[in-house]
Unconditional design. Structure first.
Length: 123
């Protein structure tokens, strides 16, 4: 799955660069969206995000490209590899961040439950 995000003034820290917390929020959201589209009607919660290392500072007006791929499926959990690239035409393939997000399938009361069969929603 591919998504894009435009870095706006409200996303910047006091030095004028993208605040890392916004990037982590987007990574988490896009991993959740991928799970929700592959397992419609299911509930997921994020339980882990692997290594967090920001490789390049990002300025206002930058378009970021997010690639999300399911990398592992367990009995109750999913892992998604998330890659963030500069989306600007001159640096389109420059990787600036990557991590693995682990989501757990839960019931209405928040208890872990087995994953249902995968059903990808048509886009």
């Amino acid at each position: 799955m591919e998504n894009h995000k435009l870095v706006m003034p409200k996303h910047l820290n006091h030095y004028g660069f993208l605040f890392g917390g916004h990037l982590l929020k987007w990574v988490d959201e896009y991993a959740y969206i991928a799970a929700a589209m592959e397992y419609p009607g299911s509930n997921f919660v994020t339980i882990a995000m692997d290594k967090v290392e920001f490789r390049k500072s990002v300025r206002q007006g930058t378009i970021l490209r997010f690639i999300v791929e399911q990398s592992k499926r367990g009995r109750t959990s999913l892992q998604y590899s998330v890659y963030v690239y500069l989306g600007d035409i001159n640096e389109y393939d420059k990787l600036i961040f990557s991590t693995t997000v682990t989501l757990v399938h839960v019931d209405e009361d928040g208890r872990k439950e087995p994953l249902p069969p995968r059903k990808i929603i048509s886009r």
